[in-house]
Ligand binder design. Sequence first.
Ligand code: SAH
Ligand code: SF4
Ligand code: F3S
Length: 495
Amino acid sequence: MDSNNRNDSGHTYDSGQRDHSGYRNDTGQPPQSEPQRQYYYMARLRAYVEEKGRELGRPLTASIQTFGCQMNARDSEKLAGILREAGYEQIDSEEADFVLYNTCTVRENANQKVYGRLGTLNHWKKDHPHMMIALCGCMMQEPEVVEKIRKSYRFVDILFGTHNIFKLAELMVSRIEAEDMIVDIWKDTDLVVEDLPNRRKYPFKSGINIMFGCNNFCSYCIVPYVRGRERSREPGDILNEIKRMAADGVTEVMLLGQNVNSYGKTLDTPMTFAALLREIEKIEGLKRIRFMTSHPKDLSDELIEVMGSSDKICKHLHLPLQSGSTRVLKEMNRRYTKEQYLDLVERIRAGVPDISLTTDIIVGFPGETEEDFLETMDVVRKVRYDSAFTFLYSKRTGTPAAAMPEQVPEQVAKERFDRLLKEVQEISREVTARHQGTVQKVLVEEINHQDASLVTGRLSHNTVVHLPGDSSMIGRIIEVKLTECRGFYYLGEPV
Ligand code: SAH
Ligand code: SF4
Ligand code: F3S
């Protein structure tokens, strides 16, 4: 899931709150309440951006580089909205006046990429002293990382974490006024700041947070430590945001949370995820609803029923397995058995015929034996996923699994990984081809990257389809005959 998160130009702008006059006050002091305080700082930052732009004889540019999951991609849209409000022109290239890395730390390799890119950026900054570099996201919630950057990457200007991204403008103003690196990392928060601007990557589809954080503490996973405790947004706030998006041309939403199936449990007036979906379904103009991620332990029959009877909820469910061995699942603290998972899959297939199932699997968890691994292979063969993200276990400092004895030797894990990948891909080819020759609805998303005479879109099942077309089709749902399956994607013809 580390792909598809690039943030680039061609965004749609949505200024969250309509009336921003609240940031002005007679004392010249920043307002204390949010979001007014941030609009005050965005205005101050804009004054700087305009002045600097006049000095340089060109507009100031900003570049956001996003690593990791959909959560980070969505956070980057919010950060882009703030920068746009402050007058920055957003560009892809890191040769910009302001560069922001929104980092991920779920596996060690995600981490390493950032240090490499920072090294390169240092050279650029030496020739452009007014440039600012900021780091935010999950890596910054790890004290060792912050220490390392403070010591060895002194040229970085601002560090902030996952809980205070709404403060970007305030932090940038502080940096402009101070001599030193600004570090503002919160351990956790129960604050959810609504009504800030954001800038969507696609005009017609958007992610939307329905909850933040995670309370599951799977023993290998660092996310609960870097994203804090689980908190759900109020249903009214979610519905209003989606209504605003729909009025602004959004036809597909992706509801985001680390475990959407436990949505609403801690609200003052508790509400189930299925009930929230029923409400979202009623929003006019909205055509497709997706969500991720579903934890198998919390997936209810009510949800299966809502999915089965809905025209808008997509025929796709991402249901992370992690391991097929009940013994390993217990060590992972996943709180379901192999049999419970398989039984759940059966119930989903019965309630939502023709649904696409995808998953995440970790290979080489501490203590995983060949026998355990074969249990995973067995589930893969039984479920027959449309696709699966496979990961080599990565030791994350501070998680219970990092301290477990019997870490699996790298060679053994790699060998299992290759076997699993081969199996997953073979099955995926066969399963994806099941729609060959049928006519399906495709939401056209973009011009094909390789061949400009083609456009690329997705089925409700999330399968990618390439077909002849042009930019006038982008954002539209059209009927397409799926003429040829090429492994993981289709070639099609509009009908
Ligand atoms: N909340 C989601 C997953 C978020 S992380 C869920 O529970 O499904 C995305 C995926 O990264 C996980 O599903 C898991 O397969 C993988 N992952 C998490 N920690 C990992 C680690 N330490 N090593 C390897 N893969 C890991
Ligand atoms: Fe990590 Fe588990 Fe939470 Fe997913 S549910 S984010 S894997 S702790
Ligand atoms: Fe990575 Fe943070 Fe997402 S660690 S996977 S960006 S929640």
